[in-house]
Design a protein around this ligand. Structure first.
Ligand code: SF4
Length: 292
C-alpha cells in the first residue's frame, strides 16, 4: 500500500513486512512489543482487573520526550499476522481485562479493523492515541471503537514543531477530537468502568502551565461532556534530556498551578495524576510479553 493514513501524508510504500520512507517506519502488518494487563491508566480504564493493553511499535509523531522510545523511535517489536492479533485480543479477554487498549494504533488501523471483523471481543475497544490523527482514518473506526483515549499534547504550534516536528498538531488534534466526540458522545459506565466515551489526556510539560490550562479550557468549552485527564508523569527522557527548558521535571509549583485551576473550575469529569507518577518504574517493559 501507498500510505497516507495519518496527517504526515508520507505516500510511503508499506509492504506486509517493510516500510520505505514513512515517518512511522512500520510495515503494513501489525508490529507489537507487549500485550498484557496494565494497571496505570485512568481508574475507569484500568479498574481492578487491568486494561488489556496492546503496545504497537512505531509512531508517526516522534515526541522528543517519548518515554516509550524503545518501541516508538527504535521500532523494537515483532511483526505478526492479523490472526495472531485476534489471538492476542482473545488472550487478554480471557485474562479478565476490562477492555482491549490499543496503544499508538494509528498506523495499523486497517489490520485492527480486519482483526475486529474476525473477532469482536465482548469488552470495550479503547483507541489510545497521540491525537495526531486524520479524520478520514478515524471515520473508518466508527462502530469498532468504544472509547477514545486521546492526547491533546500541544495547543501552541511552536511547541508542536519543536518537540514533535508537527506544526499543524493543534488544528489536527482539535478536528480529531471533534470526530471522536461525534462517534462517542454518550458516556456509559458499568461498575465505574467506562464502556463508551472520550477521555482527553494532556501531559503537563515543564514551563507549560499556560498551555495546560488553555488545553483544559478548550476541552471544557468545545467538548464539555468529555472527560479530561491531566498527566504529570513527564520525565526528561530521550532527546529531551539535551533540550533547554524541558530537560527537567515538572515542579510542584507548576503542578499545583494547573491542578488548582482545574479543581477551582468545578469541572467534575476529571482525572488528576499524582506527581509521584513521574517515575521510570511506571514505564512498561517491552519484552514481548503476551506476543503469541
Ligand atoms: S501511517 Fe506511517 S507511513 Fe502512513 S502516513 Fe502516517 S507516518 Fe506516514
Amino acid at each position: 500500500m501507498l500510505c497516507n493514513q495519518c496527517p504526515r501524508q508520507c505516500n510511503a510504500l508499506r509492504t506486509k513486512s517493510g516500510n520505505v520512507g514513512g515517518v512511522c517506519g512500520m510495515p503494513e502488518l501489525p508490529t507489537v512489543a507487549r500485550a498484557a494487563l496494565h494497571f496505570w491508566e485512568e481508574p475507569c480504564i484500568s479498574g481492578k482487573n487491568g486494561s488489556g493493553t496492546v503496545f504497537f511499535s512505531g509512531c508517526s509523531l516522534h515526541c522528543v520526550f517519548c518515554q516509550n522510545d524503545d518501541i516508538s523511535a527504535k521500532n523494537k517489536g515483532k511483526t505478526i499476522s492479523v490472526n495472531e492479533l485476534v489471538d492476542i485480543f482473545k488472550s487478554l479477554e480471557a485474562q479478565g481485562a476490562h477492555n482491549i487498549n490499543l496503544v499508538t494504533p494509528t498506523h495499523f488501523v486497517d489490520s485492527i479493523i480486519a482483526a475486529l471483523d474476525i473477532y469482536k471481543p465482548s469488552i470495550p475497544i479503547v483507541y489510545n492515541s497521540s491525537g495526531y490523527e486524520s479524520v478520514d482514518t478515524l471515520k473508518k473506526l466508527q462502530g469498532y471503537v468504544d472509547i477514545y483515549l486521546m492526547d491533546f499534547k500541544y495547543i501552541d504550534d511552536s511547541k508542536a514543531r519543536l518537540y514533535s516536528n508537527a506544526t499543524d498538531y493543534a488544528n489536527v488534534c482539535k478536528n480529531a477530537l471533534f470526530e471522536a466526540y461525534r462517534q462517542q458522545n454518550e458516556f456509559v459506565f458499568c461498575d465505574d468502568i467506562m464502556q463508551k466515551g472520550l477521555i482527553v489526556r494532556h501531559l503537563l510539560l515543564p514551563a507549560a502551565t499556560r498551555d495546560a490550562i488553555a488545553v483544559f479550557d478548550w476541552v471544557r468549552e468545545n467538548i464539555p461532556n468529555a472527560y479530561f485527564s491531566i498527566m504529570s508523569q513527564y520525565l526528561p527522557l530521550g532527546k529531551a534530556a539535551d533540550m533547554p527548558v524541558i530537560n527537567r521535571r515538572v515542579t510542584a509549583r507548576e503542578y499545583n498551578k494547573v491542578t488548582d485551576y482545574i479543581l477551582d473550575s468545578g469541572f467534575l469529569n476529571c482525572y488528576i495524576q499524582e506527581r509521584s507518577s513521574a517515575d521510570k518504574n511506571f514505564i512498561p517493559n517491552f519484552d514481548f510479553t503476551g506476543i503469541l
